[in-house]
Design a protein around this ligand. Structure first.
Ligand SMILES: Nc1ncnc2c1ncn2[C@@H]1O[C@H](COP(=O)(O)OP(=O)(O)OP(=O)(O)O)[C@@H](O)[C@H]1O
Ligand code: SF4
Ligand SMILES: [Mg+2]
Length: 322
């Protein structure tokens, strides 16, 4: 059997922020709390969960934009910790951001934006080669060469996201964290951009961590899906299995809220309305973080935190009452 190797391994990652709370006091905000997963070469792992559950912080901590509070990130068999390993990793791993309106400087031309990482990493030997690389990158993302001298503010959201992707691709990365790359775009443009991500993956052999709110988007592009709630992973498994047979009570409620495209096909489980709001990550419930909203909660759920356990091959769920 041709076992693909793990390109990225995240082990017991924690990102705790100190949030000021009164004079000389602070509270710990556990944005990411003991998260572990791996991504195989060429695979896409979808990461979903409600706003504020820690998805972006997972991405930023993997890329060492925040120093992890605890835990390890391994890439291509290397621990990413020393300055040297972080610098090398930053050439191989890139992030594409949610908002193409604020992540690109509107006063820079397309050619400046895409050329900047080429300059920073000295990836050309003369001006001609630099111009050729920019042209190649623009072509990869479907921008025509005459766009090179135009300014970012002249473009629509979808085209700006293409510029952002070309910029991320400039260093020839192996791994890209896509942080809600289509959430800010018109629905009519979203599918085009998703298709482009898929085409680029095939063409360039890329590996993705694909963050989104929208389970339908994630299902389409992901090999596997991980579900996050209040800084923790509650379920992870193959995309189709998880979508058609969710196991964790939170995944079940998330999926029950996804509209089924064909109105003639009713979902087997009815729409579940979650009681209450997501608790503040500054005041986490004891035991299972989902217990304050979970329809299946029992006493044990308030006492101990359920571990992520393999309940079917490749399927991990953190719940006491399965
Ligand atoms: N730099 C920071 N300092 C303090 N708290 C932070 C910081 N960044 C994020 N947080 C907090 O960490 C938690 C997780 O935030 P994060 O942005 O990772 O969530 P998210 O899942 O990406 O949300 P969204 O879907 O809205 O993008 C939130 O409670 C947020 O307020
Ligand atoms: S451990 Fe308890 S509260 Fe948490 S998801 Fe399972 S049943 Fe619900
Ligand atoms: Mg986010």
């Amino acid at each position: 059997m041709n076992e693909q190797k793990n390109l990225l391994e995240v082990k017991n990652l924690k990102q705790h922020f100190d949030v000021p709370n009164g004079f000389l006091k602070s509270l710990k905000l556990k944005a990411v709390d003991d998260v572990s997963f791996s991504i195989k070469e060429g695979e896409t792992l979808g990461l979903v969960g409600e706003s504020g559950c820690g998805k972006t912080t997972v991405g930023r901590t993997i890329l060492q934009l925040y120093k992890p509070t605890a835990g390890e990130v391994w890439f291509d068999g290397q621990l990413i910790k020393s300055k040297k390993s972080i610098n090398e990793f930053r050439k191989q791993a890139q992030m594409v951001f949610q908002d193409p309106y604020s992540s690109l400087d509107p006063r820079m031309t397309v050619s400046d934006i895409i050329g900047e990482p080429l300059d920073v990493h000295k990836l050309y030997s003369n001006k001609k080669e630099r111009a050729e690389k920019i042209k190649y990158l623009m072509d990869l993302v479907g921008l025509s060469p005459e766009h090179a001298t135009r300014y970012a503010h002249e473009f629509s959201g979808g085209q700006r996201q293409r510029i952002g992707i070309a910029r991320a691709l400039a260093v020839d990365p192996k791994f890209i964290i896509c942080d809600e790359p289509v959430s800010a775009l018109d629905v009519s443009i979203q599918a085009q951009v998703i298709n482009m991500f898929e085409d680029l993956q095939k063409k360039l052999g890329l590996t993705y961590l694909f963050i989104a709110h929208d389970l339908l988007v994630v299902k389409h592009i992901s090999t596997r899906i991980a579900v996050m709630y209040l800084g923790k992973l509650v379920e992870i498994g193959p995309s189709n299995d998880l979508y058609h047979n969710p196991i964790h009570p939170y995944t079940i409620s998330l999926l029950s809220a996804v509209p089924v495209p064909d109105p003639n096909i009713a979902r087997a489980n009815k729409r579940i309305h979650l009681e209450g709001d997501v608790p503040s990550p500054l005041h986490m419930p004891s035991g299972c973080p989902f217990r304050t909203r979970c329809p299946k909660a029992t006493e044990k759920c308030a006492e101990t935190m359920p571990e992520l356990k393999e309940v079917q091959p490749g399927r991990f769920v953190a719940c006491h009452n399965l």
